[in-house]
Design a protein around this ligand. Structure first.
Ligand SMILES: C[S@@+](CC[C@H](N)C(=O)[O-])C[C@H]1O[C@@H](n2cnc3c(N)ncnc32)[C@H](O)[C@@H]1O
Length: 359
């Protein structure tokens, strides 16, 4: 009785608070249980290190939805404790540390942590940025360097950075879903907010599928997929630094993989000239350019393949005309385009959406 009351009150209060503060919503795999078991189940998931503690649980149709990073493990652990269902839903992000920083330094609303490096979005006021950097290190003592990101540049989608505080080092070791990723924040693209999406796509992969990760970066999707599934994945990227780090990340996590992966440096535009295989699943995570590669993906797709296309759309107007036109002119297979799913904020007006195209 006491627990139920607390959940009703606490969650509606938290939901109200987050709306007031305009928090981000992100997609995540989740488990659905009866509210009365909420506190116990969260405790168990936390201890097993499979609770996604960056996102807030929520109540829906009298059930509690808890975001997790490993659905299979959660189902196995909770089975005896409560009736449990698998789900996928949108959750609000916790931003306690940012909130704290915002209270101390007006004008700095958010920052990103990759391994032991923090990155703040650039503002013209360098003195303000340097003060914010010192506060970030106070709040997160494990942070060794703080950079400001001026912009994201070029085909490799890498950030232009200036050092604000600490060691002049851009290589770091980041943990995601039980995997270790070495990242060079200056030479390779990496977004720690994609951890939930990497895991969600990995949870959709079926046994013996062949998967193409067309824009692999340092291996986020590929390595999460082979950690969960006995499948073969080909990871491709144009950026040689990304491919070197993806191969290193493969090596250091090798012991926990069920499947296997190969990384190849190549321009995805020419993949159909190099590869004779067809794939059951193709991941196209290059939001600013992916639609220009739809013809290649169509040629490399097996019958009944799934394409996960990541692209930028206006939040309020999910216009799919460009995608439909591209497919019409370059793909003569039968396909279905599913409703876009919002994955990440891109700007106040635009977000990155995932669109699942089924053949
Ligand atoms: C958004 S990042 C990918 C992030 C990665 N999938 C992850 O989850 O961390 C886009 C990637 O596309 C790569 N890229 C850009 N143009 C390319 C091309 N023509 N062929 C292959 N890769 C390309 C960039 O180097 C970059 O690593």
């Amino acid at each position: 009785m006491k627990i139920t009351y607390c959940f009703n009150f606490c969650f509606s209060y938290k939901n109200w608070v987050s709306k007031e503060r305009g928090y981000n919503s992100l997609n995540s795999p989740c488990i659905k249980i009866s509210k009365q078991y909420g506190e116990d189940v969260i405790k168990i998931l936390k201890e097993a290190k499979i609770l996604n503690n960056e996102l807030k649980p929520k109540i829906q149709d009298n059930k509690l939805l808890i975001p997790v990073i490993d659905v299979e493990k959660s189902l196995a652990i909770i089975k005896g404790v409560a009736d449990i269902d698998f789900c996928n839903d949108t959750f609000e992000e916790y931003k306690f540390k940012t909130k704290k920083l915002n209270r101390i330094i007006k004008g700095i609303s958010s920052y990103t942590i990759i391994g032991d490096i923090a990155i703040i979005n650039y503002k013209k006021d360098i003195e303000l940025l340097e003060r914010a950097a010192k506060e970030i290190v106070k709040i997160n003592p494990k942070i060794k360097s703080v950079y400001a990101k001026i912009d994201t540049e070029g085909e490799y989608r890498v950030p232009k950075l200036i050092l604000l505080y600490g060691e002049k080092r851009t290589i770091t070791r980041h943990k995601e879903n039980g995997l270790i990723f070495y990242v060079d924040i200056e030479k390779t693209y990496f977004n720690p907010k994609l951890g939930g999406e990497h895991n969600r796509i990995a949870s959709l992969v079926k046994e013996n599928e062949t998967v193409l990760d067309m824009f692999s970066g340092v291996g986020g999707f590929t390595l999460n997929i082979i950690k969960r599934n006995k499948v073969n994945v080909l990871g491709v990227d144009l950026n040689p630094y990304a491919i070197s780090l993806a191969s290193l990340n493969y090596m250091i996590n090798k012991k926990i993989f069920k499947g296997d992966a190969v990384f190849m440096r190549a321009n995805a535009l020419f993949l159909q000239d190099i590869i004779k295989n067809k794939f059951d699943r193709i991941i196209m995570n290059h939001p600013t350019g992916s639609i220009n590669f739809l013809n290649v993906a169509c040629n490399l797709a097996n019958e009944k393949a799934n394409i996960h296309l990541y692209t930028i759309l206006e939040n309020k107007n999910l216009k799919l005309n460009d995608i439909k036109d591209k497919l019409k002119e370059s793909c003569d297979k039968k396909y279905e385009i599913n409703q876009p799913r919002r994955v990440l904020e891109y700007s106040p007006k635009y977000s990155i959406f995932e669109i699942n195209i089924n053949f």
